[in-house]
Design a protein around this ligand. Sequence first.
Ligand code: CA
Length: 262
Amino acid sequence: MQIKSYGQSDVGRVRSSNEDAWAVFPDLQFFVVADGMGGHAAGEIASHMAVDTMHDFMRTSVQASEVTWPADMDRNLPVPIRRLVAAGKLANEKIFQASRSNSKLNGMGTTMVAILIDQGTAYVGHVGDSRAYLFRDGKIDRLTEDHSLINDYIHQGLLKIEEANQHPLKHVITRALGSGLKVEVDVKSVPLREGDALLLCSDGLSNLLTDEELRTTSLDFLKEPQIVCQRLIDLANEKGGEDNVTVVFISSLGTDTLRPNR
Ligand code: CA
């Protein structure tokens, strides 16, 4: 399966600095978005540490037989899942240790959403409220469950989904890389089909655009990731750009020439 990908980040219309980080590594088929938090430059440091640490681990773990897995790793899990989880845990440790050893970095942390494609299957790992979406057959499907206070409220029946984006506590996340010695990384696997596309984004996008807006904007240029990224960022900025906006878009280019139904 041939893959085409692109990533882009924008500071938005309100903030003076960008605490998001992203990277695409087509040779590794590894894609990641992180949204940092913490005072001063700490959020930016945390998100870049997450991206860099995960990238390094992905590169060194290509030969899985040479990897020393974390002690608590379930050896029965498929190797791509182990790689994603181990990379996330390693990033967590590094960020946590850095925040403990430097008072200026105290309390920093970051979300992470990453995709590793291996033999036609997309493995999606995440911590926090950065999201992954799948576009298939003209439909949009969210692949991640936010680790956020608001999502907990929704599950407890305290809040309706449509009230979530307006809620004053919408930025509060319940799980992050760097906030504790250990972290749990959620992983999901999706066997890809020709014509599928995947989106990774920070909440600066998903808080402002509805699923329907994400769907129609992406479907118009499904096989042109660069155009999709620019359009999504423009749309978020048109709607106020209240936060940093980061998107990574991945298209699988099959032999299928049919455009999905709108
Ligand atoms: Ca954000």
